[in-house]
Design a protein around this ligand. Structure first.
Ligand code: GLN
Length: 465
């Protein structure tokens, strides 16, 4: 189909579904149509030429709003493109809009967005997961085939699982963070959603690689992920850390993940038991390190440099505090306070420094485990999509949504979520595969083979035409 027609149709679908799904915070019609004409005139070819893509609203896109789901950046427009966006543009992809998210990527349900939650297209009375919920919904509802999200502790994999699509968090340093608004810099990474692993592979191959503007981006060669997709599962060893399949795991999720282990065995994989003994401390360690880094990163929103400034605050300190009081939501304030506490001189050793030590042990556990297996399989989320409002008053219950995902961020290893079943209520279930550093290709191949041999039905209603 002609690029312009396709983009027009994509925009129409986004606009038609948004009142119900609230997955986009802004739809960039004018920009996207201009780009469609410009890209259409190019002689170049490539898999992403004219490819519509949705972008989480914490990734800078020049001239467009980049709100981070926060009131404090409600009127902010990015001054430059993130490296990932620059690379997508060079490949001919077309940004069609910015997606809803938990404020500053803090959350697991999208209910912490200052602009109302995105809704799960499988059942709009339920959450899509978070924090990259809007991007997950844009893909799951069929508006776009792929979208960018961000990961600090599971924010791509968890909503991918709850919305029945593929979600990849790459190795720390695989994709430049330049232009990704910082939450917890030692954990943050751009991640990719797709309806299929092919689309994820094309996007990853385009945006991965060293970037001189991000000193933590790694100088590791970027393979052509899409070209090598589909290698055989036979002969691969899958480690299953069964001690983690414990309390709090939904029985249907457990049954579905167990069935997927049998399926992998039937596809020729060898299944072995592995232990990651310190992964059970993941949530505790994550909520110390992530909040500590967030409290420092979010100090920059002071009403002077970006976005919103409170009125009626004639004195400087009053202006800072009033801006932050009015600009930040409850969860963000809670994290800033927790982070400030764990970094305070009396508690630094007891919390922050201890957490860093346990983080090193978690990483060592994974390095050891990968001497015995090629990949580690777990559920992605302990639960299926829950009802809107069901957990919003219980931050601890919400934090437990990330029990299977946070340790990959702590260790810095890549991980992918792939759909593996449908619950009796008709909601998707996802499995997670984690890999050793830089093993994105292996994860994509395993996910690709699994998805092509065990496809899930797509949700018909609400789906874009
Ligand atoms: N849900 C986790 C949190 O609230 C992870 C968020 C993320 O990965 N950005 O911190």
């Amino acid at each position: 189909m002609e690029i312009r027609t396709n983009i027009e149709q994509t925009l129409d679908n986004a606009e038609r579904l948004n009142p119900e799904l609230n997955s986009f915070l802004s739809i960039q019609r004018e920009h996207a149509l201009q780009r469609a004409d410009a890209v259409g005139r190019l002689d170049s070819t490539g898999p992403l030429k004219g490819f519509p893509i949705a972008i989480k609203d914490n990734i800078c896109t020049k001239g467009m709003p980049t709100t981070c789901g926060s009131r404090i950046l409600g009127n902010y427009r990015a001054q430059y493109d993130a490296t990932a966006i620059e690379r997508l543009n060079e490949a001919g992809a077309i940004v069609i809009g910015k997606t809803n998210m938990d404020e500053f990527a803090m959350g697991s349900s999208n209910e912490n967005s200052a602009f109302g939650p995105a809704k799960n297209p499988w059942d709009t009375s339920r959450v899509p997961g978070g924090s990259s919920g809007g991007s997950a919904v844009a893909v799951a509802s069929g508006v776009v085939r792929a979208a960018l999200g961000s990961e600090t502790g599971g924010s791509v994999r968890q909503p991918a699982s709850l919305c029945g699509i593929v979600g990849l968090k790459p190795t720390y340093g695989r994709i430049s963070r330049y232009g990704l608004v910082a939450f917890a810099s030692s954990l943050d990474s751009i991640g990719i959603f797709g309806q299929t692993t092919e689309d994820v592979a094309h996007v990853l191959g385009t945006i991965a690689g060293r970037d001189p503007r991000d000193s933590t981006s790694a100088d590791v060669a970027v393979p052509d992920y899409a070209a090598s997709l589909g290698a055989d599962i036979a002969g691969k060893t899958i480690g299953v850390p069964r001690s983690l399949f414990a309390e709090g795991l939904n029985e249907e999720v457990r049954a579905s993940v167990e069935a997927s282990i049998d399926n992998f065995r039937n596809l020729g994989a060898t299944i072995v038991d592995v232990e990651v003994p310190h992964a059970k401390y993941g949530i505790a360690v994550y909520y110390i390190i992530a909040t500590a880094e967030a409290s420092s990163n979010l100090a920059r929103y002071d009403g002077v440099r970006y976005g919103f400034r409170a009125e009626d605050a004639p004195e400087l300190r009053q202006m800072y505090s009033k801006t932050r009081e009015e600009g930040f939501g409850e969860e963000v304030k809670r994290r800033i306070m927790l982070g400030t506490y764990v970094l305070s001189s009396g508690y630094y050793d007891a919390y922050y420094s201890k957490a860093q030590k346990v983080r090193a042990m978690v990483k060592r556990d994974y390095i050891n485990a990968f001497t015995k297996c090629d990949t580690i399989l777990t559920p992605t989320s302990p639960d299926i999509a829950f009802k809107l409002g069901e957990r919003s008053d219980d931050p601890l219950a919400m934090y437990l949504s990330d029990i299977y995902t946070v340790s990959a961020n702590l260790a810095g290893i890549p991980a992918i979520s792939v759909p593996c079943g449908i619950s009796t209520e008709g909601l998707p279930i996802g499995l997670q595969l984690m890999g050793n550093f830089w093993q994105e290709q292996l994860l994509l191949n395993l996910a690709h083979t699994y998805q092509s041999t065990h496809p899930l039905p797509t949700k018909p209603e609400l789906h874009a035409e």
